[in-house]
Design a protein around this ligand. Structure first.
Ligand SMILES: *Cc1c(COP(=O)(O)O)cnc(C)c1O
Length: 359
């Protein structure tokens, strides 16, 4: 058991920090456990990073990340005042929790979603109320909006949701927005580029909507750490205030250069995400042939269970065959596996390993 030294703040002693999927330093692993993109980033992003590394690193970067925010704004049809950029969307989410959800009422989040949300809430002392997903593990937008109408600190959802991959239609997002007009509805669209419906077009009509994106998944830049939030200027102002009270320079020169080039390379983006979706559809059919139940995914991963094979046994057997997938020891989903979409070769290796295991 960890000790709790007497010089820790009381809240730190009580934290249960997020545990990311493992990043083992073993060669030749088929790594399908952390939803990284199996394809490399745009070659133009790599060239831009190399160029940026060759000049100017002795200087601080632009604290306001104007060039990056302008590139994001242009891509999403927004104004630069409507874009906030941070060091990974995890940092953007943390600032949003701090900026918007420290209120008297509880924050509403689904009981099955990205587990970091509860960690931020704990870090900032925000009470959370967990809204059960339905029997099909879908977010119940009707129940959530009914609950929100009775008062809340705000709503946080991932759309498509993690770790299920299931997307909500925009009509449901609009319902949530209407149910708590006085509070922020944060829609984390980390996976939206793989087939979800983005809420970006709703921003101009909804002052309480904050849409969060990352370059870690669909832009293959998990190692660069860039994420952003879009919303009306008053929400972005609040995030800037938190940022400027925490770290004035969250986006370094290399990250900014690489992110801008990646955002501008539409062709690479479209090709790689199309490939991921094609591979996902093929893998779904193969897993179903093996008897797995596969939730309908709009993301770059599948959430599956086998009616006659225990999930932790499967994870261990896959691991012995050098295939890593993610398993959550959480109520409701402890018999599911989350499988990130790999290259065609990686997915074949997964299928071969499962064929051996299932016999
Ligand atoms: C991966 C992920 C993130 C974190 O993205 P980073 O930009 O790498 O910090 C945020 N939300 C969800 C739902 C994710 O799956």
């Amino acid at each position: 058991m960890a000790t709790t030294p007497s010089f820790w703040s009381p809240r730190i002693a009580g934290l249960q920090p997020y545990v990311p999927g493992e990043q083992p330093r073993i060669a030749n692993l088929v790594k399908l456990n952390t939803n990284e993109n199996p394809f490399p980033p745009s070659p133009k992003a790599i060239a831009a990073i190399t160029h940026a590394a060759s000049q100017g690193l002795e200087r601080y970067p632009d604290p306001e990340s104007v060039a990056l925010r302008a590139a994001i704004a242009a891509r999403h049809g927004l104004r630069i005042e409507q874009v906030f950029a941070g060091n990974g969307s995890d940092e953007v989410l943390a600032h949003a929790f701090f900026a918007f959800f420290q209120q008297a009422e509880p924050l509403l989040i689904p009981d099955t979603t990205y587990s970091f949300y509860r960690v931020y809430a704990q870090l900032y002392g925000i009470a959370c109320e967990l809204q059960p997903v339905d029997d099909g593990l879908r977010i119940d937008a009707e129940a959530l909006s009914q609950r929100a109408r009775r008062g809340c600190a705000g709503i946080v959802i991932a759309n498509p949701n993690a770790p299920t991959g299931i997307g909500l239609p925009l009509a449901d997002i609009e319902r949530l927005l209407a149910a708590c007009p006085e509070r922020v509805v944060l829609v984390d669209e980390a996976y939206v580029d793989f087939g979800g419906e983005s809420a970006m077009p709703l921003i101009d009509r909804h002052p309480n909507l904050l849409v969060v994106h990352t370059l870690s998944k669909s832009r293959s830049l998990a190692g660069l750490r860039v994420g952003f939030a879009c919303g009306q200027a008053s929400l972005v102002d609040a995030l800037q205030r938190v940022k400027n009270s925490f770290n004035s320079y969250p986006i370094d020169r290399l990250a900014s250069a690489g992110a801008i080039a990646a955002i501008e390379d539409q062709e690479w983006f479209d090709k790689t995400r199309r490939d991921v979706v094609d591979i996902r559809e093929g893998l779904t059919l193969q897993l179903e042939d093996m008897g797995f139940e596969v939730l309908p995914s709009q993301a770059n991963f599948l959430f599956v269970r086998h009616p006659s094979h225990d999930a932790s046994t499967l994870v261990a057997a896959l691991r012995e065959r050098a295939v890593l997938v993610r398993h959550f020891r959480q109520p409701r989903i402890d018999q599911h596996l989350r499988i990130s979409i790999g290259t065609r070769a990686q997915c074949s290796a997964l299928i071969d390993a499962l064929a051996q295991i299932l016999g």
